[in-house]
Structures are given as structure tokens and as C-alpha cells.
Design a protein around this ligand. Sequence first.
Ligand code: G4P
Length: 537
Amino acid sequence: MQDFLEKIEKRRTFAIISHPDAGKTTLTEKLLLYGGAIHLAGTVKARKSNKHAVSDWMEIEKQRGISVTSSVLQFDYDGYRVNILDTPGHQDFSEDTYRTLLAADSAVMLIDAAKGVEEQTKKLFWVCHRRHLPIFTFVNKLDRYGRNPFDLMDELERILNIRAYPINWPIGIDGHYVGVYDRIKKQVELFESDTSHGAKLLKSTTGTLDDPQIISVMGEENYKNLCNDIELLDLAGDDFDLEKVKKGELTPMFFGSAMTNFGVRSFLEKFLELSPKPQQRMLKYGSGYIDPTNEAFSAFIFKIQANMNPAHRDRISFMRICSGMFSKGMSVYHVQGKKSIKLSQPQQFLAQERTIIEEAYPGDIIGVFDPGIFSIGDTVCDESLKIQFEDMPVFPPEIFARVQPKDSLKRKQFTKGIMQLAQEGAIQVFEQRDTGLESFIVGVVGSLQLEVLEYRLLNEYSAPLLMNQLPYSVARWVYADDKNKIDNLKGLDNGMLVYDKDDRPVILVSNEWSLGWILERNPGVEFLMVPSDARKI
Ligand code: G4P
């Protein structure tokens, strides 16, 4: 038991949130480097040649230079087991990102020092903030000209409405910082200049602020400015309050440069010390929480990915362990499937490399081979528990298309592909009844998802498709006191009635105004933005 509790105590599971290009890939690589999980020199070369990161998998990502799927990376550092949930930065994939954030216990918000708080950062911040997730801020790219650190602190407060406590403070002048001052340890860390562009760990010297040798290395001018800044921060800034950090009300702030390794190690160490261990998880319908220290195993599926690696044509479901210990070959109860199953080939991932694991603990993410039984949000647990975790959020799609196979001989592969992508949560599938058409209506949140759909059906299922975008942008789940009212909806001339995968009626219309028009003509009918089982008739 003691060993089990220590394992939980030393686990950290977090996501990095940022706007594209802020340096998330670079920072992830550097954290892996410090954890000894990769050897940087080789990775930098690989990045230079094909410009994509260790966590990118799919061909389309390489072509577009974006990270489409989220992945999970793991490494050990100083007795900690660190799980980084990699979230795609592209706004089109926000649904996947939101779901991934549900598997994290904290988030690192990465900000480009020259650009400050950008659009995508804002969106992701609010998702984390709503869940009271502790957020740590890393201001990146300090090796070149950026905004004034006080100005950036102010921006966090103005735009994100969160107070910041700078844990370290840059020493030097903009574009030529020479080190950082750790306000908690009251220690200076000065970095040696380095020409390897981050290919090597940065050498540094540490000492206290009253050490004459440290003062002479940083220079009298830098010393005076630093003393003034610290005085101002101590006087006018917030006190450090770990309880506020844990509730997501105060963000510890760090300055550094992922590319040159400036301040990265001290950030990692402080982050591991201050960030939360695996937290308790909420159960469905407000039926309480499950604590990680509960010895009975439980986990939820937050991501499903088919054909992740062309060398292994299979489907992997990723689950976050919430309580108990997982051991290879154990049987668990699949709550939604209502039966016991054996989780086969439990794996952890580093890019293309997979390792079969023997055991895993709360906070860990494992991927299991999935013969097509899991859906996003499913719960698996020890037979004795039979709990159900809260539902994953469903986002109303805004873009719709009718899809059908180009080649009718490929209908079987086409249907399989569409259904699998729907189970992965990459698209939502609807059916229009009584039309005699052999097609599906797919709904997505961002248009890039339609491109991905087309690409994946062709490459993974050999099923080229015909796609016609529909003139709708609003979907609502329809509820009524009498089923006949749904079958005979009035005023639907400019819309369409379809059914989702659970046979729930949904209307598609072109704008909010049409919704009002239809509502007026159908008393006793309600429209909901997300499906609600409680309202099923
Ligand atoms: P992302 O995953 O958040 O989209 O960002 P990524 O790490 O790919 O970084 C985006 C660009 O910013 C890259 O430059 C990267 O080298 C650069 N970068 C990251 N961290 C720092 C930093 O601390 N300082 C500076 N100056 N630049 C940084 P690129 O030219 O687009 O690509 P590459 O040729 O360097 O790979």
C-alpha cells in the first residue's frame, strides 16, 4: 500500500496549451531531453529535415506541418513519473483538445514573449479555468526581443483575469538576458552563452544575490535593475499562495527559452514540485468522486485512434487511470458494454515507439488494443466498483456534408471507416431516413476535419468518397412530449431532420433565426445544443 501511495504522490499528468508557433513542440522535446527520454542532437536534425515533432504521427500532419492528433509522452525525472498530454494547437481540432484536457491534472500555458496572450491560448485557458485546473505559465523565446515581463504579467490579468506570481525573473536586458532569479529559493542562475542552438544542455552557475562573484558576472547594471524589479514585485505583487494555485486562481509564472534551454530545467523542477498529483475524478449525475488512492482500478477513455501507425493497422483506445493499479492481463468491467473484458497489449508511447507495460498507476495514460468496443467517454473499472465517470462534453457541429462512396463496391469499407471515425469522436454521423439514398450526413466543428475524413477514408480504408457540403451551420437535438410532433415537424422547409448514432432526432438549419421560426410553429417541442439522455422520449 505504501508503495502504491508513493507512486501516486510522484505522478504528474499535464497538458501544454498554447497558440501555434509559441514553441510547444520545442518545449516538449526539451522536457523529454531533461528526462533522458530522447537524445536531442538527433531529434533536432530530424526536425530540421522534415519539420515535425516526435509526437506527430500521421502523414497529413507532416504535409500540413500541424499536429492533428493528440499524443501522450512519458518520462521520469528525479523520482517523478511525468505524463505529458500533447494537444493539437490547430483551432480546428479543439474538440479533441478539450477531451484531452479532461485527462490532465494541470496545464502549462506557453506564451511567446513577443506576442503575449494569443487567440488559441485564450480559448484553451478558459477550458482549463472553468475546470479550476491549476495553470502554470511559461513565457518562451526569451533569447530574442520580446515584451517587457511586467507588461506580460499585466496582460495575463487583463485578458485572462488571472493573477500571476513570477517564480523566476529574467536578468539582463530584453533580447540579451543572462539568467534568471528564483524568487522562492532567492537564488540567481546565470547561463553560459552557447552556440549549439539548444542541441546541448545549457551550463549555468548558481549563487545568491549578495555573492560578489555572481554580481561581477552579471554586471553592475543588471544587478541594480534586478534589485529594483524584485523590490517592485515584492511590494506590489501577490504573495505566493499554493492553495490559490491549486484552485487555478493564481498562476506561477516562469521565463525562459525552450530553444536555447534557458530556464527550462529550473522550470521543470519547480513545476514538478508545485503541480498537483493525480486528483479525484467526478462521477456521472453528481454521484460523487473517486479518489486515486482507492485500490480498485478505474479509468476512462478520452481518445480513440485507429490506424495510428501504418506498420500496425489497429485501433488504440487511450485511457486515463483514475484509481487503483493496472497490471498487464487483468480483467476489467466495461460499464457501457456491460461486460468483463481483458485489456490486451497495454502500451505506452513515445512517438512511433510503443512499449508493452506491466503495470500502471493513477495519473498514467495507457493505450489498449481495441477491437471496436469502446467509445469516447467510456468507463472501465474493477468489477466491485461499477461506477461511471461524467460524460465527455459534446460540441454541436457547425459544418455538415453528405458523404457517399465514390465506388459502390467499396461501400463496406466506407461504412466501416465512417463508423470508426465517429467512435473516435473525429466526426459526428447522422442518418437521414426514408430518402433511399445510400449516404450519411457528417457533422464537424472545423473544416479541416472534413479534409482529414477524406484523407483517412482513402488511405486507411481504400474508400474514396463523394462529399457535398450542406448549407447548414446549426444543429439541435429535438425533444417533444409526443413523438408524432417530431415526425411531423412544421416549418422545416429550409432545414433537415436527421438522426444521430443513438437514434436521437436532430435538426440541421442554416441559422439561429430559423430555429426560432420552427419553434414558434411547433408548441411542445424543444431544441437542445447537446444531447441529453435524461430527456430521451
Ligand atoms: P509549436 O509546437 O508551438 O507550434 O511551436 P514549435 O516548437 O514548432 O516552434 C515554433 C518556432 O519557434 C520554431 O521555429 C522554433 O524553433 C521556434 N522556437 C521555439 N522555442 C523558441 C525559443 O525559445 N526561442 C526562439 N528564438 N525560437 C523558438 P521555426 O523557424 O518555425 O522552425 P525550426 O526551423 O526552428 O524548426
